[in-house]
Design a protein around this ligand. Structure first.
Ligand SMILES: NC(=O)c1ccc[n+]([C@@H]2O[C@H](COP(=O)([O-])OP(=O)(O)OC[C@H]3O[C@@H](n4cnc5c(N)ncnc54)[C@H](O)[C@@H]3O)[C@@H](O)[C@H]2O)c1
Length: 255
């Protein structure tokens, strides 16, 4: 799909990867870029910079996602591309309280479910539409210091696969964006252990946005700003135990 003349919605569009996507879609001459963010001021800043539309919303809540989608459809008639990008990364393990697990689940997984529920009826009726889910390389591999992130990103990738399998023959395209480190506030905020293995190979959000535009043009399911992730994924699949030994070694080097 080409972005030119398309109505595009980006959640978490006020900062980081989402902001870079909004800017890049504007350069690609999208008809409208709708910048959705919990941080109303950040959404406004990005929208005014690119002559887009800002909507403040918490996409981990279904009523808020419904409001966003209904508002965009009322004003712009269709949504061609919905980028479900907002996510949360915190360290977590088996002792992390259930409420924190739930918070990660709601944003990293259910926000994608709510988005699909709200936009698919219109897309299916038109026989076309595009869903981009920002997952993470952690969805294909793992995250050495965050079980909450690794588990919810695996679930998010599983949902993207499922959507593609179920609706691909009815004109719906799905891509899963799976970067390793990206130089955003999220990476800055990560704990030392969660950050150190990512910073050296971290890429700029603008590069991620370039890869997304190319991936969407090719209608490719996996968008990998770090191409080496495909090799890591192959190694994981071909010898799980060897891969786990390597991950234990990596884990032991992290503080
Ligand atoms: N930065 C990385 O290294 C990296 C790597 C792989 C994947 N990711 C994924 O990329 C996505 C974006 O990450 P980022 O690095 O740009 O993060 P970021 O923290 O820099 O920006 C995230 C934006 O999402 C908004 N947001 C947070 N919760 C929200 C909610 N409930 N509703 C609406 N908006 C909300 C924030 O206000 C912020 O503007 C996330 O899904 C993240 O897991 C990031």
């Amino acid at each position: 799909m080409v972005i030119t003349d398309k109505v595009v919605v980006v959640t978490g569009g006020g900062n980081g990867i989402g902001r870079a996507l909004c800017r890049r879609f504007a350069v690609e001459c999208a008809k409208t870029v709708v910048v959705v963010d919990l941080d109303a001021a950040a959404a406004e800043r990005v929208a005014s910079e690119i002559a887009g539309v800002a909507i403040a919303a918490d996409v981990s809540r279904e009523d808020e996602v419904k409001r966003v989608v209904a508002g965009v459809i009322e004003r712009h008639r269709v949504i061609d591309l919905f980028c479900s990008n907002a996510g949360i990364a915190v360290d977590g393990d088996e002792h992390t309280p259930a409420g924190e697990w739930q918070g990660c689940w709601e944003l990293n997984v259910m926000a994608h479910v709510f988005a699909a529920r709200a936009v698919l009826p219109g897309m299916l009726a038109r026989g076309e539409g595009y869903l981009l889910q920002t997952v993470s390389a952690a969805g294909l591999l793992t995250h050495p210091t965050s079980a909450t992130y690794a588990v919810t990103k695996h679930a998010s990738l599983a949902f993207a696969e499922w959507l593609s399998m179920t609706y691909g023959d009815r004109g719906i395209r799905v891509s899963a964006l799976c970067p390793q480190g990206v130089r955003t506030d999220m990476l800055q905020r990560a704990s030392a252990g969660g950050r150190t293995f990512l910073v050296d190979s971290a890429v700029a959000p603008e590069q991620v946005a370039d890869d997304v535009v190319k991936g969407i043009a090719d209608e490719r399911f996996l968008i990998l700003p770090h191409p080496e992730v495909a090799d890591y994924f192959r190694r994981k699949a071909s010898d799980y135990d060897r891969w786990l030994r390597g991950m234990r070694r990596l884990r032991s080097t992290l503080k």
